[in-house]
Each structure stands twice: as structure tokens, then as C-alpha cells.
Design a protein around this ligand. Structure first.
Ligand code: PEP
Ligand code: MG
Length: 566
């Protein structure tokens, strides 16, 4: 048995097909100056052929997975049109007299290396797209064919060092059972496609199997069994049946209202970063958006997004929500989220450093621009503003001053906006939790950000793998603090919700219901599992369970109680 990272859930039992790496034989001589024109012709022809091929794949994928998923290949077409990429390739041919294929390989390697170095999973995953396009282009420049294909008409589990979206698109979806790769990530386009296709996918393992070996892939646990015995196979067959029944059940409850057996209704909202996320969330029946992480609007570009650009996105999200609540969080950069065009100083302790509201209050113009865009979008739906990482009343008041300034400027310019917009704060710093009673008197709502709150309460960096085992949301200190925050909010009569990952943990549901929290916001994929749990429990039972949880002395006891294993 080997352990990797599950990026798409489900169980596959079948034979391995080990995909060989493509290998290139590149010319190492410099080219003659008279051959420059030929190299460029070859390059342009390669680009043309690659584009046609990508269009065909896009079309084929649209038929199988729908137009949304096929848009992944637009990113590939964009790389071939990217002036920076193409200028670098042309420069190498023209100035260093290298063959087109050598130039392409060098530029691809350079960009892939750059993206790989970034401490950001999303950007690392973009490296795979560049490699994918580069491989396709090289294939045309060198005139070599596709890598070896899996056996026809037989189901298989693909095992590869890396699987690019194009390679995945070339595999027969009716025969593909599962995917195991050494490289990859949960936000890679390959992972997104695998999830959309419902194919279990594990990455981060060097799987030593040969083509034809029997293997089991457990995408939920990230576990691979090599050459399993009959008992293990039987166990996983049963697990697969249960999993399929569970999936079917989740589909059936999409239309059901999120209400407990004793009639307590709970809002199950979604955390989103883009319009695309929203679409998925709505398809799972999200009751609104409890957290719009706007930083992704600021990333992947060369300058700050203008007010109008932001307004357009916020307006579209608000309109698509059709009256359902939308909480837009103002920019939360710093720490692990950096912007190329807004260099921040190197810090020894980025998580305790210059981030979120601390930056916004220094960069008031940038902050005001975003607030104006949100205020304007407020005319198109039930829009609310939320400040990240507030730790004092002064900070909140200073943020509100900028909000007032934004309103005044809009008013003076006769631009319509939502005057009486609700303002809330994330409770994710212990200081804010401790003075929750004071903060509650100055805002309309709280949203508990358990991801950061747990990190700061336990002094455990959420990005540090070495101490990941200490990052424990079930720690009694966390539970006590949650109770304190909720009670403070209730005493002031304001709404309190949760938008950290703990909101989407089905086992944590009794904590929220027990505490009387009825606004949960989570990643779209958690909505149905949480609803499934919700409609099978009672508020009364959750209260009783919470009382037991509060009496526990260790995280282990709490975990056992919540996971139902005493
Ligand atoms: C949180 O800290 O719980 C949260 C939701 O914010 P983020 O994960 O974006 O830091
Ligand atoms: Mg946070």
C-alpha cells in the first residue's frame, strides 16, 4: 500500500497502464543564418497545427464534459498567442541561431521552472499547462507521433510521471478507471477534469507498478494498493458500491431544503473565487455566497484591477445569485498570497505580518476602489462587505472611514450604489475573538474564519507541513473560543456565520447546530455532504453532543465523539 494525495474521489480497481514519458532528441548544432526563415516557417506551421489540434480536443471535451470544462483548453490557445512566450522563442532563434524546437524547449523549461518555484499551488499547476502546450508544439516541430496508447477496449488505470490535460483528453473516458501521477496538484486542470469526469485521481506518488499489474486507487483516502489480495479486492468492491450509492443519494437531495429533522433551517452557502466557482455552487443548491475571496481577481495579471472591472464581476455574481445573499470579502493578500505588481517586503513571519486589512489601511486608494466597486454592485443584489483579519475596534473604524469616503465620492459623482450596505468582519484573529462583544456592537455580522483562527489560536502555521499534525480544529481551546464568539454575537443580536473549512466538515456540524450557528459557507463540493448530514440529524441531538464535546479534555476525545467512535 502506498499513500499519495487524493485529488478526485472514488474507487477504481483495475489494471495499470504505465504511460512512458515523451523523450525528445533535439539538434544541438547552431543553424545557418540562411535557415532562419525556414525555422520561422516551421515554428508558425507547428503553432498552426497545435492550435487546430487543441480546437479539436476542446470540441471533443465539450461533447463529453460540457462547454465549461472544455474552456480549460482556451488557456492552452492563449499560451500559443502569448506575446511574451513567442518573443522569447523568436529571440532565441534569431539571436542565438538555434533551431525552433530547441528554442521552444528552452522557453518552456524556463517558464515551467519559474512557475514551479512559486510557493503557490495554483501557479505551480499552471506549469503543467505550459508543459502541455510545449509538448504539443514540440511534437509538431519534430514530426513525432503520440506516445504509446493504452490497450484498446480494456479498462485501465493510468500511471504516469505527469498527465497533462491534453494527454487526459486523448484517453478513452469509457475505459479510463483511475489516474496516478507523481507530479500534479489539486487545482491542476487535470485534477479539475478528473473530478468533472468522476475519475479517482491520486498525485504525489512514485508508483512502481508495471503495465498489466492489478491496482486499487482510493481517491478519497489517497491510498493505492499494489497487487492486492482477494480479501482487499472484495473490501474495496464493497466500498465502491457504498460510495456509488452515497453519490447517487447526494444527487437526489440537491432539491431538498437544508432543514434538520426537528425543523431547524440552516443556510448552506458557498465560498467562491470566481464566476466559474459560482456556477458549480449553484448547481449544488448553494443558498448564497458566504465568502467571495476577491484576491483571485487581483492575481494572474500585471496591474491592479480597475473599479469598473471589479464592479462588472461583482455585479455578475450578484445578478446570478438572484436575490440570494453575497458576502464580498475585501482583498486578503500577503502571507501566502502575493501579487507580482505589488511587491511586499520579505518577512520572517508572513502569517503574522503585513497582510489583509493591514495592507488595505495603508493603501487606502486601492481599498477605496474596491469598496466603490462593491457598493455599486450592491444595486444588483443582496450584497454585503466583509473585512478580513480585523484584530481591533480601531482597525474596524478606520476601515469604515474609507467606506464612508467611498460612499461620499460615489454620491458626489451621482453614481448609484447601495447606501445601507451591511458590513461584517471575519473573526480569525484571537484578539478579535476575545473582544467579540465590543466588535459586535459596530458591525452587522461576523463570519468565523476557522482556517486562520485555528492557526493563530494554536500557534501552528497552516502552511507548514512539518507541524500539520498539530493543526487541530477539534482542540478544546478552539471549541471554547467558538462558543465565546457565538455568544457575544448573539448578545448583540447580530448574525454569526462560519466560512472556514470547518464549516464544510460533516463531522463538525453538531458544533455549529449545538452553538446555534445557522449560516455556514463552504467549498461547493462540501454542500451536499453537509446537507446529507443535516437532514438526518436534529438540533436537539447536536446540542446534547456539543455539551459532551465541551466537557472533553483532549482533541482526541472530541474527535472520537464527533466521528461517532467512542
Ligand atoms: C479563514 O481564514 O478561515 C478563511 C476563510 O479565509 P482564508 O482561508 O481565505 O484565509
Ligand atoms: Mg483567513
Amino acid at each position: 500500500m502506498i499513500k499519495g494525495n487524493g485529488a478526485s474521489s472514488g474507487i477504481a480497481i483495475g489494471k495499470a497502464f504505465v504511460m512512458p514519458d515523451w523523450e525528445w532528441e533535439l539538434p544541438d548544432d547552431v543553424i545557418d543564418v540562411n535557415d532562419l526563415a525556414f525555422e520561422f516557417e516551421k515554428l508558425y506551421e507547428g503553432i498552426r497545427l497545435s492550435k487546430t489540434e487543441i480546437q479539436t480536443i476542446k470540441h471533443d471535451i465539450a461533447e463529453v464534459l460540457g462547454a465549461e470544462e472544455s474552456n480549460i483548453f482556451d488557456a492552452h490557445l492563449a499560451i500559443l498567442d502569448d506575446p511574451v512566450f513567442m518573443n522569447e522563442v523568436s529571440g532565441i532563434i534569431q539571436r542565438q541561431y538555434k533551431a525552433a524546437e530547441v528554442a521552444v524547449k528552452e522557453v518552456v523549461d524556463k517558464f515551467v521552472g519559474m512557475f514551479d518555484l512559486l510557493d503557490d499551488e495554483y501557479m505551480k499547476d499552471r506549469a503543467i499547462d505550459i508543459k502541455d502546450v510545449g509538448t504539443r508544439l514540440l511534437k509538431h516541430l519534430l514530426g513525432s507521433g503520440e506516445a504509446s496508447q493504452p490497450p484498446q477496449d480494456q479498462p485501465f488505470i493510468v500511471v504516469a510521471r505527469e498527465l497533462t490535460p491534453s494527454q487526459l483528453a486523448h484517453l478513452d473516458p469509457t475505459q479510463l478507471l483511475g489516474i496516478i501521477t507523481q507530479l500534479g496538484g489539486t487545482t491542476s486542470h487535470t485534477a479539475i477534469m478528473a473530478r468533472a469526469m468522476g475519475i479517482p485521481f491520486i498525485f504525489g506518488v512514485e508508483c512502481p507498478s508495471q503495465t498489466g499489474d492489478l491496482i486499487i486507487v482510493d481517491g478519497d483516502e489517497g491510498i493505492i494498493h499494489l497487487q492486492p489480495d482477494d480479501v482487499t479486492i472484495e473490501l474495496y468492491r464493497a466500498k465502491k458500491r457504498t460510495w456509488l450509492e452515497y453519490r447517487q443519494k447526494l444527487q437526489r437531495i440537491i432539491g431538498l431544503p437544508p432543514v434538520t429533522l426537528d425543523g431547524r433551517s440552516v443556510r448552506l452557502g458557498a465560498n467562491i473565487s470566481s464566476l466559474k466557482d459560482l456556477e458549480l455552487a449553484l448547481s449544488y443548491g448553494a443558498s448564497g455566497v458566504g465568502l467571495f475571496r476577491t484576491e483571485f481577481l487581483y492575481m494572474d495579471r500585471h496591474h491592479l484591477p480597475r473599479e469598473d472591472e471589479q464592479f462588472e464581476v461583482y455585479r455578475q455574481v450578484a445578478e446570478q445569485l438572484n436575490g440570494k445573499s453575497l458576502i464580498i470579502r475585501t482583498l486578503d493578500i500577503g502571507g501566502d498570497k502575493q501579487l507580482d505588481y505589488l511587491p511586499l517586503p520579505e518577512e520572517d513571519n508572513p502569517a503574522l505580518g503585513y497582510r489583509a486589512i493591514r495592507i488595505l489601511l495603508d493603501r487606502r486608494d486601492m481599498f477605496k476602489t474596491q469598496l466603490k466597486a462593491i457598493l455599486r454592485a450592491g444595486c444588483y443584489g443582496d450584497v454585503k462587505i466583509m473585512y478580513p483579519m480585523i484584530s481591533s475596534v480601531e482597525e474596524l473604524r478606520r476601515a469604515n472611514e474609507v467606506l464612508e469616503l467611498a460612499k461620499r465620492e460615489l454620491r458626489e459623482a451621482n453614481v448609484p450604489f447601495r447606501e445601507s450596505i451591511d458590513v461584517g468582519i471575519m473573526i480569525e484573529v484571537p484578539a478579535a475573538a476575545a473582544i467579540a462583544d465590543l466588535l459586535a456592537q459596530e458591525v452587522q455580522f461576523f463570519s468565523i474564519g476557522t482556517n486562520d483562527l485555528v492557526q493563530y489560536v494554536l500557534a501552528v502555521d497552516r502552511m507548514n507541513e512539518q507541524i500539520a499534525h498539530l493543526y487541530n480544529p477539534y482542540h478544546p481551546a478552539v471549541i471554547r473560543l467558538l462558543k465565546h464568539i457565538v455568544e457575544a454575537a448573539r448578545a448583540s443580536g447580530i448574525t454569526v456565520g462560519v466560512c472556514g473549512e470547518l464549516a464544510g466538515d460533516v463531522h463538525a456540524l453538531p458544533i455549529w447546530l449545538g452553538l446555534g450557528v445557522h449560516d455556514l459557507s463552504m467549498s461547493a463540493h462540501s454542500i451536499l455532504p453537509v446537507k446529507n448530514r443535516l437532514i438526518e440529524t436534529t438540533e436537539q441531538h447536536c446540542r446534547e453532543l456539543l455539551n459532551q464535546v465541551l466537557a472533553c479534555r483532549t482533541s482526541e476525545e472530541i474527535r472520537a465523539l464527533l466521528h461517532g467512535k467512542e
